[in-house]
Design a binder for this molecule. Structure first.
Ligand code: BGP
Length: 469
């Protein structure tokens, strides 16, 4: 079993603007969808000050540097740059990201910048969100401003973070705004519209002749049949089609394959609804598929599928009370627990094999992928803080097994350029709040002091020797 990481492998840490910055009302930032949502009556937590990255970024980047973290995923807050979503640019927003990007470079922590990590401007959210195709043009205009402002120094761009989570969590599971459930038609339409926005922004970037590279970040949940019956395998294929394959086709084939559309068509037929597309969309897809530089793959977990004929029902485990999740979708299948696979307290199966299989699948089904970065992977855990020490051995075990899976795929020829642990420091979790920690660095939210966890020392040692420890 290979233990060596490829040369120049990035040992990164991931963040997202809304989950770390805080300062939601500072320096002219405009409201995004999550500001309203997290401040609704009865909300359990909000994003101020989160990890206070808006002010603490020099210290965080110093820590990253000191612990061998040589890449960071950050995202740009659209409404810091354009408080209204469009129109007048906020110089303070540009100034903040200029300083942040420069500091990353100064510390040798290469920035990998995502344009949109869930934080759509509030106004557009209220106006139909990604169901409204006007948002596609607004996004491309925002992207242009970012490419012009930071494109000379940012060498890795992603258009979107996890389009599937926007669709699934907002419109099927109901744990992201607008908290709708079982809206299969809307979820699929949103996926398509996001793929159009991705393709157009990517094509624009390529036309600007900037020195960097551009891709997209997808969450690629593994899908397995709970037992090998034809019905369970079909449920697996349906869940895979709506969660993964539909959007991978758009990004890498530049169209939806006939086999993919049969599965999507079956889901739509059983739930009612149809997909709206325009001919130009497919020209844009084809052009983007020929130019995409890399895939960012977020991987946390896999689902085990059982055939299911009933109505949709979902119960979200958003407190870490083990064993409380339910996820059954009409016309798709039921995600059931596999007694042989351990889970986190939030019921996410721990299944590194699924990461290996997703890597192999990309290489096989989309051989034009060029390069993959594991743009998020990590373990949500209720860390114990004792006298400034955090022993997060279960997290180390989790990450180690996933790194082994990556190295196995690399050994078999898959081109993986780096790993960005979710998360660099503890951050706000969208639907869980602050007790679900992921960081290499523990954040004491009362003082905003950082403490390296046991995992941070382990990560540093690996980064220094380039071998799995
Ligand atoms: C991904 C998101 C991240 C992060 C992570 C962990 O889907 O891209 O932003 O939140 O999941 O999720 P959670 O905080 O729900 O445990």
């Amino acid at each position: 079993m290979a233990k060596k990481f490829p040369t120049n492998f990035i040992f990164g840490g991931a963040t997202a603007a809304y989950q770390v910055e805080g300062a939601t009302r500072e320096d002219g930032r405009g409201p995004c969808v999550w500001d309203e949502y997290m401040n609704r009556p009865g909300a359990r937590f909000n994003a101020d000050p989160a990890s206070d990255f808006y002010h603490q970024y020099p210290a965080d980047l110093q820590l990253a540097h000191d612990f061998g973290v040589n890449g960071i995923r950050i995202s740009l807050s659209w409404t810091r740059i354009l408080p209204e979503g469009e129109g007048k640019v906020n110089p303070a927003g540009i100034d903040y990201y200029n300083k942040l990007i420069d500091e990353c470079i100064k510390q040798g922590v290469e920035p990998f910048v995502t344009l949109h990590h869930f934080d759509t401007p509030l106004k557009y959210f209220q106006n139909g969100h990604w169901l409204n195709r006007d948002l596609i043009d607004k996004f491309v205009a925002y992207a242009k401003i970012c490419f012009e402002a930071f494109g000379d120094r940012v060498m890795k761009w992603a258009t979107f973070n996890e389009p599937w989570s926007i669709a699934q969590n907002g419109y099927l599971a109901g744990n992201f705004p607008p908290n709708e459930t079982f809206q299969i038609e809307k979820a699929i339409q949103i996926e398509h519209n996001l793929m159009v926005a991705h393709a157009r922004a990517l094509n624009l970037y390529k036309s600007m002749n900037l020195p960097g590279r551009i891709g997209i970040v997808h969450t690629l949940e593994g899908k397995e049949a709970i037992t090998d019956t034809p019905a369970n395998k079909h449920a697996r294929d349906l869940d895979d089609a709506i969660s993964n394959r539909f959007m991978l086709d758009a990004c890498y084939l530049g169209k939806y394959s006939t086999a993919t559309m049969e599965l999507i068509g079956e889901i739509l037929q059983k739930n009612g609804g149809q997909l709206y597309t325009e001919p130009q969309d497919f020209d844009d897809f084809a052009k983007a598929a020929a130019q995409i530089d890399f895939l960012g793959m977020n991987y946390y977990s896999s689902h085990f599928l059982q055939a299911y004929e009933g109505e949709s029902q979902v119960v979200n485990n958003s407190t870490g009370e083990k064993g409380t999740s339910v996820f059954c979708l009409k016309g798709i299948g039921a995600r059931v627990s596999n007694p042989e696979v351990p889970t986190t307290d939030w019921d996410w199966p721990i299944y590194p094999e699924g990461l290996y299989r997703q890597l192999k699948r990309i290489a096989q089904d989309y051989p034009n992928y060029k390069e993959i970065f594991i743009s998020e992977n990590g373990m949500g855990y209720k860390d114990d803080f004792e006298d400034g020490k955090i022993d997060d051995t279960p997290r180390i075990e989790y990450v180690k097994k996933h790194l082994e899976a990556i190295l196995k795929a690399v050994e078999e020829g898959v081109n993986v350029g780096g790993y960005y642990i979710w998360s660099l420091m503890d951050v706000l979790s969208w639907s869980n709040g602050y007790n679900k920690r992921y960081g290499l660095f523990y954040v004491d939210y009362a003082t905003q002091k950082r403490y390296p966890k046991k995992s941070a020392y382990w990560y540093k040692a690996m980064s220094e020797c380039g071998e799995l420890l």
